[in-house]
Ligand binder design. Structure first.
Ligand code: TYD
Length: 208
């Protein structure tokens, strides 16, 4: 049974670890699942990812359009084909990241973003969205530790944003989560295995 599950949250909340753990859990239970990530996951998407992560002078509207272009590629080339062949798709960030970052974070018009999201996703809604939530300061600390470990201290666009920006993004995600019963909010400060178990329990409900 095909399903689309998106994992959302601010930078540093552990989405990538949990997306991988979820796909592995599906595999352990003999369900075919693939992992996709935004921006990226296709040739063009990965090129756009590099531009988006490195260019600090990009105009907010250009940034919005590039995220949508990357999403259009991912939807057409990866997500739709996988769903058509009955696979489960776990996506590390999806359209709600655009609402949170470009909408709540940068202040671009939410209606415009909704319109573009609908076009790039062809109205494909996730069956479930998991929000990894934690205090902004903790998420920022984790991100800077990660950058130091990988010695990429200077490189990224979003991770260098102000605490105000990250607070708006984080509150934006919470606002979105509260509007729909297709979201679950998981405390990202818990132990990694505990989080995976909570996610797995909610995901299993989709298949009952
Ligand atoms: P990435 O390294 O994938 O961050 P993370 O590991 O935290 O997901 O970088 C992606 C960045 O792009 C991240 O800071 C969030 C941002 N982003 C947007 O601003 N809008 C979007 O629509 C998407 C998909 C991502």
């Amino acid at each position: 049974m095909s399903k689309l599950i998106s994992i959302e949250g601010s930078d540093g909340t552990g989405k990538t670890t949990q997306s991988l753990a979820l796909v592995n859990n599906f595999k352990k239970h003999n369900k075919e699942a693939i992992l996709a990530r935004e921006p990226g996951g296709t040739n063009i998407g990965e090129i756009l990812r590099k531009i988006l992560k490195n260019d600090k002078n990009i105009e907010p509207l250009s940034e919005l359009l590039l995220f949508q272009a990357a999403r259009t590629e991912l939807i057409e080339k990866i997500i739709f084909p996988a769903l058509k062949s009955n696979k489960i798709v776990v996506v590390d960030r999806y359209k709600d990241s655009t609402l949170a970052y470009q909408g709540f974070g940068r202040g671009l018009d939410i209606e415009l973003i909704n319109l573009l999201n609908n076009i790039s996703t062809q109205n494909l809604e996730p069956d479930l969205t998991i929000l990894l939530d934690m205090p902004v300061e903790e998420a920022i600390n984790r991100t800077s530790q990660r950058q130091q470990v990988s010695q990429q201290i200077t490189e990224t666009n979003f991770e260098d944003e102000s605490i105000d920006f990250h607070t708006r993004v984080s509150n934006g995600f919470r606002t979105l989560a509260k509007k729909s019963d297709k979201w679950i909010i998981v405390n990202g400060s818990l132990d990694i295995n505990q989080i995976s178990e909570i996610i797995w329990k909610s995901v299993k409900n989709l298949f009952d």
